[in-house]
Design a protein around this ligand. Structure first.
Ligand code: ARG
Length: 465
């Protein structure tokens, strides 16, 4: 191997320039301190590219061997934390290429044949994001499994269902949790769908117009596990819609977990007292000794803001860019990485936290009693006896008013008292006025009857595999 690196200019592109950039500009334009996270993907992409170049006779077999040997060494240096990342070399791509050239000489300089950093970076991000999506999908699965366990244990645990945060009708806690299972199922679908569009190969687009070398893009795609190649070179290097989609899917997932967090916080408030969270997800107060604060759910709710922010950052980054590549795109990485980190950590913590929920079934039942939660059931009962629904609604409204005045719940009235509101009331009325009766009567697919909740859980388990 020959080493001609002594004739290399300081920067990979500086041959054309008459003065160096200032330190501030260097720092402002560099990305190495955040894009080094893609080093593994960068090396993978380079090895596939080099293999293709050798197969096509664009570089020699010895060049390929040198590149492979150099990359093994570089990967080791990076993994051991020994790699010397250098701001002068701008980004992860130039840092690795420079080190490769220092290690193996001319073969290192031949690696960039038929390629540009524009298609290189687009490839690296897609490889990185594909790994992140796979990790997220596995974590959603874990969250779902644990959620189903808690739902199953509470398939028949009555709690008040709310609308307008006012007690509305009885549901079971398991049914309530299964609403979040459905949300997470759609989240998983969205990430799976997004992955299809992430998993396409930009390499070969070169700077923007393709390359005059006889490259084999399909080979590179297969080597890297991409489903297909990007079919337009300008589009391949310039669009980041796949990253925006990922952030949108992430924002929705975080929105769902933020809603669940809000509920956990409410339920855990001593004023409500429906659940307790395991101590390891809460913190105390430095001044108020009695406090146990739900910090983790609060932070999930808070971090949803930054994920939403990243989505808007990427949309805004893209909207004014003419084709093809512009340096603006370098700004895609930090919001993207931050989003993936936030989603991954949030899912990890949630999968664990959900198993640490202690359900206070008595408090849930007490709240139901105070809320006239079976009022709709009484109205439905009267309708089934022949009263038009609007009249039934009115009769029950009067009954609730009377109960409020007496300070009791509807099932506490005697038969005679109830008959005062409608002569259609018979002694079978008490079956529908109880919480259990109300729950059991909602026995259709998607309803809150405990048997239906159990069926929903079984259905969900079969989709998880
Ligand atoms: N660091 C750059 C980025 O993240 C790599 C591509 C640079 N290409 C260029 N023509 N300056 O987008």
């Amino acid at each position: 191997m020959t080493d001609t690196s002594s004739s290399q200019p300081a920067k990979a592109w500086s041959g054309r320039f008459s003065e160096p950039v200032s330190d501030l500009v260097k720092r402002y334009t560099a990305s190495v301190f955040f894009d080094q996270r893609m080093a593994r993907q960068d090396i993978r992409g380079s090895l596939a590219h080099a293999k293709m170049l050798a197969r096509q006779g664009i570089i020699g077999a010895q060049d390929l061997a040198d590149i492979e040997r150099g990359m093994v060494q570089i990967r080791g240096e990076i993994e051991r934390g020994e790699f010397d990342w250098n701001l002068d070399d701008e980004d992860v791509h130039l840092n690795i290429e420079k080190r490769l050239t220092a290690l193996v000489g001319d073969a290192g300089k031949r690696l960039h044949t038929g390629r540009s950093r524009n298609d290189q970076v687009a490839t690296d991000i897609r490889l990185w994001l594909r790994d992140a999506i796979d990790q997220i999908l596995a974590l959603i699965g874990e969250f779902q499994k644990n959620l189903l366990d808690v739902a199953e244990a509470n398939a028949a645990t009555p709690m008040p269902g709310f609308t307008h945060l006012q007690i509305a009708q009885p549901v079971t806690f398991g049914h309530h949790l299964m609403a979040y299972f459905e949300m997470s199922r759609r989240d998983a679908e969205r990430f799976t769908d997004c992955r299809k569009r992430v998993n396409r190969l930009p390499l070969g687009a070169a700077a923007l117009a393709g390359t005059s070398y006889p490259i084999d893009r399909e080979f590179v795609a297969r080597e890297l596990g991409f489903d297909e190649v990007c079919y337009n070179s300008l589009d391949a290097v310039s669009d980041r819609d796949f990253a925006i989609e990922f952030c949108a899917a992430s924002a929705l997932l975080m929105t769902h977990l933020s809603r669940l967090s809000e509920e956990l916080i409410l339920w855990m408030s001593p004023r409500v007292g429906f659940i307790d969270l395991a101590d390891r997800f809460c913190t105390g107060s430095s001044i108020m000794p009695q406090k146990k604060n739900p910090d983790v759910p609060e932070l999930v709710r808070g971090k949803t803001g930054r994920v939403n922010g990243s989505l808007i950052a990427l949309l805004t980054l893209m909207k004014g860019q003419p084709l093809a590549y512009n340096k603006d795109n370098q700004e895609d990485k930090e919001p993207l990485f931050d989003t993936a980190d936030t989603v991954i950590d949030t899912l990890r913590i949630y999968a664990d936290m959900i198993t640490g929920i202690r359900v206070k079934a008595d408090a849930m039942r007490d709240a139901l009693k105070q809320g006239y939660a079976t009022a709709t059931d009484l109205a439905d009962y009267l309708v089934k006896k022949g009263l038009p629904f609007r009249d039934a609604h009115e009769a029950v409204a009067l009954a609730v008013r009377a109960a409020e005045a007496k300070g009791c719940d509807l099932p506490d009235f005697s038969l005679d008292e109830l008959r005062a509101f409608s002569p259609l009331v018979g002694d079978d009325v008490f079956a529908v006025l109880t919480v259990e009766g109300s729950l059991a009567s909602r026995a259709h697919v998607g309803g809150t009857a405990p048997d239906q909740v159990r069926a929903a859980i079984a259905r969900a388990r079969s989709t998880l595999g």
